[in-house]
Every structure is written in structure tokens, then in C-alpha cells.
Design a protein around this ligand. Structure first.
Ligand code: THU
Length: 162
């Protein structure tokens, strides 16, 4: 038996003022996108903003449904739209923000497992690391690649078939 260990590195900032202009704009777009959340059941308004390799910024917000599983998170709404609209472009950075009871959440909203798997898919597809910015009013976390949020991500099918 060998005991293995993995390390995850991320950057932490105290406010958007510490970010680069490009990252700050993307966070602002994610916060703005929360306005388009359709979340009558949870009241949790999530926004995602993507910076694409073609220079475009694409946004999404969570969309809920009375049949709960039929809804979709902000991140996947944005990523599916981006890939359906600009299939040749890669997602360089995704910024995520959440508003609850009218205020930006203090702690950054961390993406669900399904959204992480979809991020992994597009990162693998493009062959380029996807940066992830999780923005809260109390702190901002920046991850440099999806692997840091989803270690041991599922890509066995790809390994076997190539
Ligand atoms: N939600 C997202 O949009 N993104 C996440 O990363 C986590 C959760 C949404 C799903 C649902 O509409 C609401 O937040 C409450 O779970």
C-alpha cells in the first residue's frame, strides 16, 4: 500500500479591486447575469460569465423548473450556450457569482459536480486549461484549471478509445 497525496493550489483575493481589469470585468458580468436568474423555488440567483478565446463574453444564469431536475445551473446554461454558438472557441475563464436575498453572497458559490464535469469536458476538448473565478463579497478564489476543482475527473472513456 502506498499513501498518496494531492495538492490543490488556488489564489485568494479580498476584493475585486485586486483583480486584473479583465478578471474584474468578467466578475462584474457574472454578477450582472444573476439578474437573469429564474429561481422562484430556491431564491438563489447564480450568474456565470465566460471569456472565450474569440474575445466574446457569454453569460448564463440558473433556470429553475417546477419539476426540479428539469432546471439547469448558471454554469452549464452559459457553457452549453457558448459551445452551441461558438463551437470553435475555447473557454479561457469562467466567473461565477451568486446573489441571495438581494446581496452578493459573502462566500463564493462553488460549482456543483455536474457543472465541474462539464467544465472538464470543454477543457479537454480545447486542450487548454480553463481558469475558474469564484466571486463572493468576502473573498474571490481563482483556480487555474478544472482539475483543481475536480481531481480524478472522468476521462477514462477517452483514454481507452484513443
Ligand atoms: N446553482 C447554480 O446555478 N450553480 C451552482 O454552482 C450551484 C447551484 C443553482 C441551481 C438552483 O437553481 C439553485 O442554484 C439552488 O441550488
Amino acid at each position: 500500500m502506498a499513501l498518496k497525496e494531492i495538492n490543490i493550489r488556488y489564489e485568494e483575493y479580498g476584493s475585486t479591486g485586486e483583480l486584473s481589469a479583465g478578471d474584474r470585468e468578467l466578475v462584474e458580468a457574472a454578477v450582472e447575469a444573476t439578474r437573469n436568474s429564474y429561481s422562484p423555488y430556491s431564491g438563489f440567483r447564480v450568474g456565470a460569465a465566460l471569456r472565450l478565446s474569440n474575445g466574446k463574453t457569454v453569460c448564463g444564469a440558473n433556470q429553475e423548473n417546477i419539476a426540479y431536475p428539469s432546471g439547469l445551473c448558471a454554469e452549464r446554461t452559459a457553457m452549453f450556450y457558448a459551445n452551441a454558438t461558438y463551437p470553435e472557441a475555447s473557454i479561457e475563464t469562467i466567473a461565477i457569482a451568486a446573489v441571495y436575498r438581494g446581496s452578493l453572497c459573502e462566500m463564493p458559490a462553488t460549482p456543483c459536480g455536474a457543472c465541474r464535469q462539464v467544465m472538464a469536458e470543454y477543457q479537454t476538448k480545447s486542450g487548454r486549461d480553463m481558469r475558474i473565478i469564484l466571486a463572493g463579497s468576502g473573498k474571490i478564489m481563482i483556480f487555474h484549471k478544472v482539475d483543481d476543482l475536480l481531481p480524478f475527473l472522468f476521462d477514462s472513456l477517452k483514454q481507452e478509445s484513443i
